[in-house]
Design a protein around this ligand. Structure first.
Ligand code: IPE
Ligand code: IPE
Ligand code: MG
Length: 265
């Protein structure tokens, strides 16, 4: 089965541990405010959480971890905060990519990089190249990413490669052009910080993802909190539009995961 096949078409082989966990790391500002610290202190603390969660995901043999670090809308924040976020990103790229490589982790960045400083883009590309062949965990950082941007850029790429698509195209024609076409769609989405919204994260890819919201602020999120999210995921029944009975038959019949139109009652 191709890795980027849409979960809306097939039942992915997810198993007990989610293959792909996607996280909106929210609540850094409030974490700092609660401690009478400037917001940026929360962003600094957030890096420790990222390290811990990357390690925890690798230990749990999760295949893909995607972290929303900066949205296309975050440019609306005060210039001083954006500047600190960029500096932290730069420092993290300098200090952490080597460690990721030592741990066999593949590093990727998705988003519209055109607005980043050339030095940051160079670090990103070098990090991606260095870690490209690693197989332990694929860590994707979404930076200046927006789900709408992704759908738009994928459509543009498809049309420029196959202008005839303007008349007619299928999901499968568009999907290879998404920024994360190398990964299966997320099985588990986590948002820390209490808000119950997607904030323009992976819009297309989250179509059938299990959603988990926690009030825990990102700097407080740890391996135990991750396990609670995974436990919640394990209690869900993923039906992808089908009935509970169909899912029971499919999981008990080896090799019968593909529901062709002709097989449906
Ligand atoms: C998430 O934390 C980090 C980024 C969006 C970069 P916030 O900075 O949004 O923290 P809150 O939501 O204000 O607490
Ligand atoms: C979402 O958090 C983006 C990231 C965590 C990078 P925000 O704090 O920007 O989201 P909203 O504005 O509350 O929706
Ligand atoms: Mg926020």
């Amino acid at each position: 089965m191709p890795i980027n096949i849409s979960s809306t078409l097939e039942i992915p082989k997810t198993g007990i541990i989610p293959r792909h966990v996607a996280i909106i790391m929210d609540g850094n500002g409030r974490w700092a405010k609660n401690r009478f610290l400037p917001r940026v202190a929360g962003h600094k603390q957030a890096m420790d959480t990222v390290r811990g969660i990357v390690k925890a995901c690798a230990e749990r043999e999760i295949g893909y971890l995607t972290l929303f670090a900066f949205s296309s809308e975050n440019w609306r924040r005060p210039k001083a905060e954006i500047s600190v976020l960029m500096q932290l990103f730069m420092v993290a790229l300098e200090q952490e990519v080597g460690k990721l490589h030592e741990n066999g982790i593949r590093f990727k960045v998705v988003g519209d990089l055109s607005q980043f400083e050339p030095k940051i883009i160079e670090f990103i590309r070098n990090g991606e190249r260095l870690t490209a062949a690693n197989t332990n965990l694929t860590l994707t950082v979404a930076a200046n990413y927006g789900g709408r941007w992704d759908i738009m850029q994928a459509t543009r790429k498809m049309l420029s490669q196959r202008p005839e698509s303007a008349h007619s195209f299928e999901e499968e024609d568009l999907m290879p052009h998404f920024a994360m076409s190398y990964a299966p769609e997320p099985d588990l989405f986590i948002r820390t910080g209490g808000e119950k919204r997607i904030s323009n994260f992976l819009l297309w890819q989250l179509a059938y993802t299990e959603l988990y919201f926690t009030d825990t602020l990102w700097p407080d999120f740890d391996a135990r909190a991750l396990d609670l999210a995974i436990e919640s995921y394990q209690q869900r029944e993923r039906r992808f539009g089908r009935t509970s009975e169909q899912i029971e038959v499919s999981s008990s019949t080896e090799g019968a995961r593909r529901f062709e139109a002709t097989e449906q009652a």
